[in-house]
Write a protein that binds this ligand. Structure first.
Ligand code: AHR
Length: 520
């Protein structure tokens, strides 16, 4: 270490000490960012979404049919949705489930639509699925969106051959039974699908398996999922743990040979109580606090699952893929309970902002994630009602944050004041930072406190920034949302409450708001 480095690291420690002492004052938080320690890339695939055949996610959400003359569409997919998701820079899209995936037989969804077999969607409302949206519809739509497809294979009720043939159908460029069938169905070139899930929630709706059993099943399925002559390698993702089921991750990492495994999944929903989820819009502070406790648990979950993965895979070859996350409440009154349709408030913006910060800060291991779900289901970024479309607060957070995609993570240390509710407390402030290819630094800040603003001082040692601009997402009430009647109630606005001087940035973040700062 040179004397200059030693001096600068001593001064950073001193700075941290001074800042943390002064942060003991109420509603003052401090952050130090470490540009010299930037090392890992925030994988853009953390910004993935999820489209299940569930309620009105696919039908009415993405897809309205080729013959629809009321809603402008491209090959049946809504143009307004395409535009909105392109602006979001949607990185990948997971399909066709979820629980639905382990009931889905992909050959039912190819060929002439009029003759496709119908099935019952047993998990979601018992409705009839006519298979009018199938493999071609999904993969062509991903091309239009500029998103990488992530196909979730049927392990629960499918066969090894069925999944192997799906891979061949989607990817093989030579002459084979499946590539010939694809060509007969109008698509010459394969889609080069890289991301493949080997079952979903195999501990539950995907087969109620034990981890040891599933690890063996995975090995069998993965054996026949072939790369073919693709330039893109297959990225196979094992069905992962539910929240804190650490044993599940342990067994998969121990029992699956690592050359057969590119990712291990994790699912975690911010649900208060599975038997009493409570309203998405009419909630009190107790419910809000309980939801945020579940959302912030993501930090502990990814830390502990990653630690297990580190034990078996110290070089971090295998990614932790959080392919289902988000808030889960009661369905909107009067809607089908099996359709999981819920509104989306500033509470959801808090879940999105804090969760994405967590993913960024674990960029070394968390390299892919999927918000559940994209449209009209759970914590959606888009709601549709016939020809109307609404962008939710969650959409706006993901759009504001997309500046971090593929940027280099700048580690941060945060001394946050507490958000206190009754006898409990949570850290009020969450943050992450990155530097992009053009040398621009972005800092994302979330204040989850429902009542108090946060005065935040950010120290940025050893860098020279001359200008700061920002955007904020906030609203007068935590329960506020965008409705079809008032679709622009909540939207990002310019944020000017910042002062930048000699390596210090100070700002005031209002209660329950999300801010992204840009430093040049
Ligand atoms: O996202 C809704 C459901 O939640 C998915 O189908 C399933 O994987 C999870 O339990």
């Amino acid at each position: 270490m040179t004397s200059n480095n030693r001096l600068s690291s001593l001064s950073t420690c001193f700075l941290a000490f001074i800042i943390s002492i002064s942060s003991i004052a109420q509603n003052k938080s401090s952050i130090i960012i470490y540009p010299d320690k930037a090392q890992h890339i925030i994988n853009k695939h953390i910004y993935g979404h999820f489209a299940e055949h569930l309620g009105h996610c696919i039908y009415g959400g993405f897809y309205v049919g080729e013959n629809n003359t009321k809603i402008p569409n491209t090959k049946g997919v809504r143009n307004d949705v395409i535009d909105a998701l392109k602006k979001l820079k949607i990185a990948n899209l997971r399909w066709p489930g979820g629980c639905f995936a382990d009931t889905y037989h992909w050959k039912d969804g190819i060929g002439p639509k009029a003759t496709r077999p119908k099935m019952v969607n047993v998990w979601w409302g018992g409705v009839t699925e006519d298979n009018s949206f199938g493999t071609h519809d999904f993969l062509d739509m991903c091309e239009v969106l500029g998103a990488s497809p992530y196909i979730s294979g049927n392990v629960g009720s499918g066969t090894v051959q069925e999944l192997a043939e799906w891979v061949q159908y989607a990817n093989f460029e030579g002459v084979s039974p499946m590539s010939t069938l694809r060509k007969q169905n109008g698509r010459d070139k394969g889609w080069s699908v890289s991301f493949w899930g080997v079952g979903n929630e195999t501990w539950g709706c995907g087969g109620n398996m034990k981890p040891e059993w599933y690890a063996n099943v995975y090995r069998q399925y993965a054996t026949f999922m072939t790369d073919w002559n693709n330039s893109k390698k297959l990225f196979r993702i094992a069905s992962g743990a539910s929240s804190s089921d650490y044993n599940w991750t342990e067994v998969l990492m121990r029992d699956i040979p690592h050359h057969m495994l590119e990712g291990v999944a994790l699912h975690h929903y911010s649900v208060i109580d599975w038997n009493k989820k409570s309203s998405a819009t009419e909630f009190n502070e107790e419910a809000y606090f309980a939801t945020m406790k579940q959302a912030l648990l993501m930090e502990e979950l990814v830390t502990r699952h990653s630690a297990i993965m580190d034990k078996y895979d110290p070089s971090k070859k295998i990614a932790l893929v959080v392919d289902e996350w988000g808030g889960w409440y009661d369905v909107e009154p009067g809607t089908n309970p099996g359709f999981l349709y819920q509104q989306n408030t500033m509470r959801d913006a808090m879940i999105a902002g804090t969760t994405l910060n967590t993913f960024h800060n674990h960029a070394d291991r968390v390299r892919m994630a999927n918000l559940a779900q994209a449209i009209n289901v759970l914590q959606a970024v888009i709601l549709t009602n016939d020809e109307k479309m609404v962008l939710t607060p969650t959409y706006h957070v993901m759009e504001m944050y997309n500046v971090h995609q593929d940027a280099k993570l700048i580690p941060v240390s945060i001394t946050a004041s507490d958000y206190v509710f009754g006898k409990e407390k949570l850290p009020a402030v969450s943050a992450s930072a990155s530097i992009d290819k053009n040398g621009i630094t972005h800092i994302s800040l979330v204040n989850i406190d429902s009542k108090n603003q946060q005065e935040i001082s950010i120290s940025i040692p050893e860098t020279q920034h001359k200008a700061v601009t920002g955007r904020i997402l906030t609203s007068p009430r935590l329960q506020d949302y965008n409705s079809f009647e008032s679709p622009y109630k909540i939207k990002p606005a310019e944020f000017k409450e910042t002062k930048l001087k000699e390596g210090f940035l100070t700002t005031i973040v209002p209660p329950f708001s999300v801010i992204v700062l840009e430093l040049k």
